[in-house]
Ligand binder design. Structure first.
Ligand SMILES: *Cc1c(COP(=O)(O)O)cnc(C)c1O
Length: 368
């Protein structure tokens, strides 16, 4: 048995991969692979519409929000967010626009750096000085009264920090919408979409193959793009064309749709969240119970999806990883900027995978 703890691209449900294999050459008797279909034909239309509807059901997306299937990943959105939204209060003029960002780790640092190319960025709070081991206390945030939006990365994939609360920022910002990078925990927990203006996520962590990017945006926030916005990345144009202004990533949308159906069969996001809590508690519980391993993240900010941990004796790292691979536990090496180990335990990671990891952690500790 192999368990893949990659941070992304990451493990997908076996049943989904099996179904895609079965349908690879002939989708539903059409005589075509999904890869060979016109994106405007009736077959693919039924695929993209079902995927959109299922995602709307799973996340309870209100009717006044649009779901966009885009390309370019979360990093492209880091530029497209200021380009589409920062000019919201200045008639599209980015030179006078301000956006607030909260810095909680590697990915929000990147978002900030990219946004600075387009508009003024106010870093409202940062945990950099604490090595991103926690989320800055909400009371310490210094928000702008004229912020076009407030950006958060709600799960820091590299640092292993997750928001377990939704900050209320309306009062100090004159009602600025929250914009959240949810790439690595979308669909892992229940959320109230109406508390956000924009939610975005690259698909390759918790949804499907790389190449598909999901954007969920409140309708009232469309139509503020700056003049420099590439047409194919203008959210309003993408929305008006039902994500078909240009050819969307058709195969990625198909696989994402299968994952959405799989999630529904598992009981939806509420059921996934319960399992994810169980998996995270099992792993953190073991890591907390021994001095052989260590974690560095404040307990109230620990990610349920990405669990960085360290061996106290780092000279054993190589042996640890080699033994893990031998036991079928793959891709546990930590990100190079953090070091140590990282176990990503997304929706598609079964409880048995985490049990196998804990058994290995125990066995390695005993033998060293
Ligand atoms: C992986 C990741 C990204 C980068 O996504 P790309 O698809 O490579 O652009 C950005 N933000 C978060 C939180 C991520 O986990």
């Amino acid at each position: 048995m192999i368990y893949n703890f990659s941070a992304g691209p990451a493990v997908l449900p076996k049943q989904v991969l099996q179904q895609a294999a079965d349908e690879m050459l002939d989708w539903h008797g059409s005589g075509m692979s999904v890869m060979e279909m016109s994106h405007r034909g009736k077959e693919f239309s039924s695929i993209i519409n079902a995927a959109r509807d299922d995602l709307r059901d799973l996340l309870n997306v209100p009717g006044n929000y649009r779901i966009l299937f885009m390309q370019g990943g979360a990093l492209a959105e880091n530029a497209l967010i200021p380009i589409n939204l920062a000019g919201r209060l200045t008639g599209g003029d980015l030179s006078r626009a301000t956006a607030d960002y909260v810095n909680t780790g590697s990915w929000s640092t990147k978002s900030i750096k990219e946004a600075r190319r387009y508009c003024k960025v106010n870093e409202a709070a940062s945990s950099a000085a604490q090595h991103f081991a926690s989320i800055p206390e909400r009371a310490t945030w210094r928000l702008s009264p004229d912020a076009a939006y407030v950006h958060l990365c709600t799960n820091e994939t590299i640092d292993g920090v997750e928001y377990h609360f939704v900050p209320d920022v309306a009062a100090e910002t004159g009602g600025a919408p929250l914009v959240a990078d949810m790439s690595s925990h979308i669909l892992s927990r229940q959320i109230d979409v109406s508390q956000y203006g924009v939610i975005y996520a690259g698909a390759q962590k918790n949804i499907g193959p790389a190449g598909l990017t999901i954007v969920i945006v409140r309708e009232g926030l469309l139509g503020h793009a700056a003049a420099i916005c590439p047409t194919a990345f203008n959210w309003k144009i993408v929305a008006d064309n039902e994500s078909m202004y240009n050819t969307p990533p058709t195969y990625g949308i198909y696989i994402a749709g299968l994952v959405f159906q799989w999630l529904k069969r598992q009981g939806g996001v509420a059921a996934m969240e319960q399992r994810n809590i169980e998996k995270a508690e099992l792993l953190y519980g073991y890591l907390d119970s021994t001095d052989f391993y260590a974690t560095r993240i404040a307990k109230d900010a620990r990610s349920r999806m990405n669990v960085p941990f360290f061996l106290r004796d780092e000279s054993l790292n190589e042996a640890f990883l080699a033994g893990a691979a031998k036991a079928g536990l793959l891709q546990l090496k930590g990100h190079k900027s953090v070091g140590g180990m990282r176990a990503s335990i997304y929706n598609a990671m079964p409880l048995e995978g985490v049990q196998a990891l804990v058994a290995y952690l125990q066995a390695f500790e005993k033998s060293h």
